[in-house]
Design a protein around this ligand. Structure first.
Ligand SMILES: Cc1ncc(COP(=O)(O)O)c(C=O)c1O
Length: 442
């Protein structure tokens, strides 16, 4: 890297930063200039422990050699091939490798460039699938309060995070929302799946009764809601949703953009919970976050419903210029090799108990009102500073960065999701650092 890129530029105004408090940032920039394994290097030369796998994506840790080599080689060999009406071998190889590790029943994969695109792809597939079967009145989509499904119009329409929706007009029509499953009065400090709340899935029956099943295409939920601040499904909840969807011929979509690729200690959350949806959306961990890529997995029946009509005609009028981009595919193959060689997709299961103990040791620290955990995901919910929601957690984020750990906050919730290579000693380090920060908060 050139030295020029290691210093902070004088003028930060041109870049409008995504999901960022721009004015605050530009007054006191937090810059990373390097990364290796579990650590980032800051522009002032400090090491920062990655407590969030970047943005829930760097599951194998940073700058892993197999992935770096794969990208370098591919960039020199075949940089780009048109995604429409042309192919290249490694996109087919990657699809096969992904299907090998995907939950049983998932037999086809459609490539996108992000989680948001995976979600919109899945929603379009669901509506188009019913139409292809002659069931064109099934157009309604059901999401869930507090759900996060990216930032495109489909995703924010089925999503349920108010700040992501309220500025953007009327969104898609024909969308309903299930209630969220956060019941702190009953489930606070539960370890893993909470006991109470499975009956909230029955709300789907109420929505079906209101609109009639014949109008509903799909239900989309995150098996574990991540971006809203880690909401773990109550025991039995996902199975109930599955049963109701099956009963009414509604497709069930699991958005596994965060939970896919080992986050819960299984390949996918679908495996963890033993509940199989009809479509699975993924992104992030598919390439270890290194090159943008998303992948949507579908059952054979859904794919096959499109495979009719004259053979020279396109079956699904959807796709992206960079669907299955060769360099992204190479990154994904290098990632899958790394996951396999190091047993990373199941490492979260080995660490889950240690992780849970470490997290719950924060229970009696100042401001903590709930702690939630599953696999290698954790949330520490803080009481908001009166009159200033989100301020206390934001301060925790800034102070953690200054002390040497990257954490993530949503509202007044601290979310942790470290790379799956984290060592037990680094879990202690991360949690002790957060403990120290909690003790300094106003
Ligand atoms: C469940 C879920 N779906 C979709 C997305 C959107 O992914 P992207 O930011 O790659 O568009 C995210 C991102 O965090 C996510 O957590």
């Amino acid at each position: 890297m050139s030295n020029r890129l290691k210093v902070t530029p004088n003028d930060l105004s041109a870049f409008w930063m995504p999901f960022t408090a721009n004015r605050q940032f530009k007054q006191a920039p937090r810059m990373f200039v390097g990364a290796k394994d579990m650590h980032y290097t800051t522009s002032d030369g400090r090491q920062v422990l990655d407590g969030t796998a970047g943005l829930w994506c760097v599951n194998a840790g940073h700058c892993r050699p197999k992935i770096v080599e794969a990208i370098q080689q591919q960039a020199a060999e075949l940089d780009y091939a048109p995604a429409f009406q042309m192919g290249h071998p490694i996109v087919f190889e990657l699809a096969n490798r992904l299907i090998d590790i995907a939950p049983d029943g998932m037999e086809h994969v459609f490539f996108t460039n992000s989680g948001s695109e995976s979600v919109d792809t899945a929603l379009k597939m669901a509506i188009a699938y019913h139409r292809a079967k002659g069931d064109g009145s099934r157009v309604r989509l059901i999401g869930r309060e507090r759900g996060y499904h990216g930032v495109n119009f489909g995703g924010i329409s089925v999503g349920g995070i108010v700040s992501n929706r309220k500025m953007f007009g009327s969104l898609l029509t024909g969308v309903d929302h299930l209630p969220h499953t956060h019941l702190p009065e009953k489930n606070a400090f539960a370890r893993g799946e909470p006991e109470h709340g499975a009956e909230l899935a029955n709300e789907l029956e109420r929505i079906v009764a209101l609109h009639d099943a014949s109008t509903i295409a799909a239900v989309i939920v995150e098996p574990v809601a991540g971006s809203t601040g880690v909401l773990i499904p109550p025991k039995g909840y996902l199975q109930k949703l599955r049963d109701i969807c099956t009963k009414h011929g509604i497709l069930l979509i699991f958005d596994e953009v965060i939970t896919g690729f080992g986050r819960l200690g299984t390949n996918f959350a679908t495996d963890y919970f033993g509940v199989t949806p009809d479509i699975i959306t993924t992104a992030k961990g598919v390439t270890n976050g290194v090159i943008p890529m998303g992948a949507v997995f579908v059952k054979k029946e859904i794919h096959d419903a499109f495979m009719n009509g004259p053979e020279h005609l396109i079956e699904f009028f959807h796709g992206y210029t960079y669907s299955g981009n060769p360099i992204a595919c190479a990154a994904a193959l290098g990632t899958l090799d790394t996951y396999r060689e190091e047993g990373l997709l199941t490492r979260g299961a080995e660490l889950a108990g240690y992780w849970a103990d470490a997290l719950h040791s924060l229970k009696d620290e100042p401001h903590v009102i709930d702690i939630r955990n599953i696999g290698l995901v954790g949330a520490i919910e803080l009481a908001p500073l009166p009159g200033s929601p989100a301020k206390r957690a934001f301060e925790a984020f800034v102070k953690s960065f200054e002390r040497g750990a990257l954490i993530r906050t949503t509202g007044d919730i601290i979310a942790l999701s470290p790379p799956l290579i984290i060592a037990r000693g680094q879990i202690d380090e991360l949690i002790d650092l957060v403990r120290g920060v909690l003790r300094t908060l106003e």
